[in-house]
Design a protein around this ligand. Sequence first.
Ligand SMILES: Cc1ncc(C[n+]2csc(CCOP(=O)(O)OP(=O)(O)O)c2C)c(N)n1
Ligand SMILES: [Mg+2]
Length: 448
Amino acid sequence: MTAPTRTDEALATLAVNTIRFLAVDAVEKARSGHPGMPMGMAVPAYVLWSRFLRYDAGDPAWPGRDRFLLSAGHGSMLQYALLHLAGYDLPMAEIQNFRQLGSRTPGHPEHGVTPGVETTTGPLGQGIANAVGMALASKMGDARFAGEGFSPSACRVYAIAGDGCMMEGISHEAASLAGHLQLGNLIVLYDDNHITIDGPTSIAFSDDTAKRFEAYGWQVLRTEANDFEAVGDALEKAVAETARPSLVVCHSHIGFGAPHKQDTAHAHGEPLGSEETLAAKRALGWPESPAFLVPDEVRAHFSAIRAEKTRLRGQWDTAFAKWRAADPARAERWASFLERRVPGGRHDRVFEAVFGSDAAAARFFGVSKMTVWRWRHDRSPLPEPVIRALPDLLQKKVAEAHEAQQDFRFFLAEPPSGQSVLSSQPIQLDNGTIVFVRRRRPNVCRRA
Ligand SMILES: Cc1ncc(C[n+]2csc(CCOP(=O)(O)OP(=O)(O)O)c2C)c(N)n1
Ligand SMILES: [Mg+2]
């Protein structure tokens, strides 16, 4: 007799419970963390990652990927469980080392520590703001680089946010901008569970979040968080809407499945405890042991998902190669943006233009990997080559750069050679120019 095959929904439930209990067991082992949020939002997260999110687990920096941000960063185990199952370089040992010093699974997601974590989150609301920025960056890339029916920067940005994110001001300022700019590539899933760290949201929060977002110009959709089909339908609608960002309000239950802690703040920031963990496993039909169980079927299921994601990446690679061949200069500009360098020799020309006959002296003072700031204290216009480079440096159009250049009194260039910083104090060159030499900063330019 052959083993009975599971229906799709049964397999999906198994996958979702794997995510839930990886989170529960990791928090339990660490004796610290937030099990409730992953338990409540496991279904929407699974549906998103399996059916919608575009990624390559073997190449987390693939430019064609969608972005996923966990604005509710305290639910980090949700993200780690997904990354682990999806095949990112986050082995089970890291899941079992959750919240331990030196692990790749810190209490809140940290960009640069964990492969696949797009941005550091934890400060509530911040992830939404970063998601807006990423969605906008993608659209700006479309405007500059799209052609032949392809844009290398096109992607969707998905975020999961909680009540705390919605209470913060930063999320609403950013959401307002996203509505204004019609960022149809942005989709926020709202974990609407009516609970926060201190108890029910009603003690501090009675906004109608859906109405706020509607007022910002968003499409607002609603779904039960545990209804696979309804979540899928909502995400389909969100993806289909290209003129407005979408908020998917997920009616969820914090600590779903934990008989005594579900829908209470106790599921928020403390381990379930051994008894409640067992009770939750029984309630959801999950084996009591071993801890950190990933059933073989779930492994196989995520392998199949990975194969499909790889196929999609292959399609993208083909389209990208065609796009690159059609206009190599455009492709070079795209690469320079990605690599955060000034394209095609402009860098050197700018350096010469800024320092003129003092370029050699400036190179002596300046150093590679350092940033030289020139203070144009006389407010005279910038040299023409600098103005021509401004669109790249300042991300402005040429005409705007011409208009704006009077305002830019700090100007950045990166000297191509040199060894050490001599001073962070102003240096006066022979021609009277004052130069600041500073460690490299991410800012391209500051307004005076
Ligand atoms: C800006 C900011 N303020 C406070 C906190 C501390 N904090 C962490 S989680 C949390 C409650 C979040 O509630 P909610 O988003 O509803 O998450 P849930 O309890 O539903 O998982 C708070 C206040 C924080 N992380 N960031
Ligand atoms: Mg909540």
